[in-house]
Design a protein around this ligand. Structure first.
Ligand code: XLS
Ligand code: NI
Ligand code: NI
Length: 437
């Protein structure tokens, strides 16, 4: 008899916007076509292993509050297997096509690396058969090089090359496991790749080290024939005071500087963008307008709190603006909408995990539909292209094609005088968006 971890909860179905059933989708219908493509193919939803199956509800003021039925066994490997089975029961009932993990979420670390890797192999084998049975795929794997005490001063940016070597070994193995499970991407989030005090830090040395680690990862990817995309996930702070991968623009500059630009794309997370003082759509636009948007971590921060609260995304403006950027730049391709989000400490029942994901999926489904309608009507696009149309002709064209000089433009102004004032029409445009929402 297979253990059941979410007893009494069946497959989550689409019941439409009028349904009052909290365990039904009101807007997300996997097979429904939006602009010629199914919602499932547009959104490529993914459940994260860490928050959903390894989260305990702990915070700086108190320990674990979730009593998860998959965490009951005495043996840590039996707990790991139970958690993996619970994950697949959950994902199958919810109906997302993808999931994502850190190495240490799926298999607990042992006393030495050899045994730790053996544990990983055992769990990867189980995951492989569960993936096959459920038809669920791995959106990305990643390595947790930030929780263990050895990474207190960073992983790739650690002043001690022995720690660097440990991170390298971990990444090697995690990338191989990701390949084994057919992962579509592999993510680098540099949890402690930053500093807390400049007095003990050689910033340039640390960034050179980080680049070396990423260069080695590119080499290893080629060596083992891993076909997924390598992604860097920017975040400005937390846990360190200052993280080197501050935001999308900073990471793009870093990748360019170190010759890594063609081998990576970005994974953009909402709450990280807002911690950096940007909106989600800002960082998505920075990445997407260069063709560097690889995937997205979907969540939401709290504007009244200054940390990474990782709440589930329910704000329709945010999901709409995000989907506008994504549709405009041709979709998520190999990426997905990955719920890097957790239920609140007080939401400790397993059913809360369903409510949270259903809400996030519905919010993105609505964002997708609204963004698709807006883009088909084209009002906003037309406004923007008209706003810059001057650069397609006359003096604007000469500027953009490199023909104009400062002297020529001086003559132009002397002849033409003052430019005409033109409103940016922000309020009108916001009202247009509201009409669709
Ligand atoms: C933490 C990050 C992390 C990455 C994966 O803030 O969002 O969860 O997505 O390491
Ligand atoms: Ni985060
Ligand atoms: Ni994330």
């Amino acid at each position: 008899m297979m253990k059941q971890f979410f007893k009494g909860i069946g497959k989550i179905r689409y019941e439409g916007p009028d349904s009052k059933n909290p365990l039904a989708f009101k807007h997300y219908r996997a097979s429904e076509k939006v602009g010629g493509k199914s919602m499932e193919a547009h959104l490529r939803f993914s459940v994260v292993f860490w928050h959903t199956f390894r989260g305990t509800g702990s915070d700086p003021f108190g320990g674990a509050v979730y009593d998860r039925p998959w965490d009951e066994a005495a043996d840590p490997m039996e707990r790991a297997e139970d958690a993996m089975r619970a994950a697949f029961e959950f994902i199958t009932k919810l109906g997302t096509p993808f999931y994502a993990w850190h190495d240490r979420d799926i298999a607990p670390e042992a006393d030495d690396l050899r045994e730790t890797n053996r544990r990983l192999d055992r769990i990867v084998k189980l995951a492989r058969s569960l993936q096959r049975d459920a038809g669920v795929k791995l959106l990305w794997g990643t390595s947790n090089c930030f929780s263990h005490p050895r990474f207190t001063h960073g992983a790739g940016t650690n002043p001690d090359p022995h720690v660097f070597a440990y991170a390298a070994a971990q990444i090697k193995k995690a990338m191989e496991c990701t390949k084994e499970l057919g992962g579509a991407n592999y993510v680098f989030w540099g949890g402690r790749e930053g500093y807390s005090n400049l007095l003990n830090t050689d910033m340039k040395q640390e960034q050179d080290q980080m680049a070396r680690l990423l260069q080695m990862a590119v080499e290893h990817k080629k060596k083992i024939g891993f076909r997924g995309t390598l992604l860097v996930e920017p975040k400005p702070k937390e846990p360190t005071k200052h993280q080197y991968d501050y935001d999308a623009a900073t990471v793009l500059g870093f990748l360019r500087k170190y010759g890594l630009y063609d081998d990576f794309k970005l994974n953009i997370e909402a709450n990280h963008a807002t911690l950096a003082g940007h909106s989600y759509e800002h960082d998505l636009t920075v990445a997407a307008s260069e063709g560097m948007l690889g995937s997205i971590d979907a969540n939401r921060g709290d504007y009244l709190l200054g940390w990474d609260t990782d709440q589930f995304p329910t704000d329709l403006y945010s999901t709409t603006y995000a989907m506008m950027v994504i549709l405009k730049h041709g979709g998520l391709r190999r990426g997905g909408v990955n719920f890097d989000a957790k239920v609140r400490r007080g939401s400790f029942d397993p059913v809360d995990l369903f409510h949270a994901h259903i809400g996030g999926m519905d919010a993105f489904a609505r964002g997708l539909k609204i963004a698709d309608r807006m883009s088909r009507d084209g009002l906003l696009e037309d406004f923007v292209s008209e706003r810059y149309a001057g650069y397609k002709r006359g003096v604007g064209r000469r500027i953009m094609t490199g023909k104009a000089t400062l002297a020529e433009l001086e003559r132009y102004v002397l002849k033409q005088g003052e430019p005409e004032k033109r409103s940016g029409r922000e309020e009108m445009l916001e009202n247009i968006v509201n009409r669709y929402i």
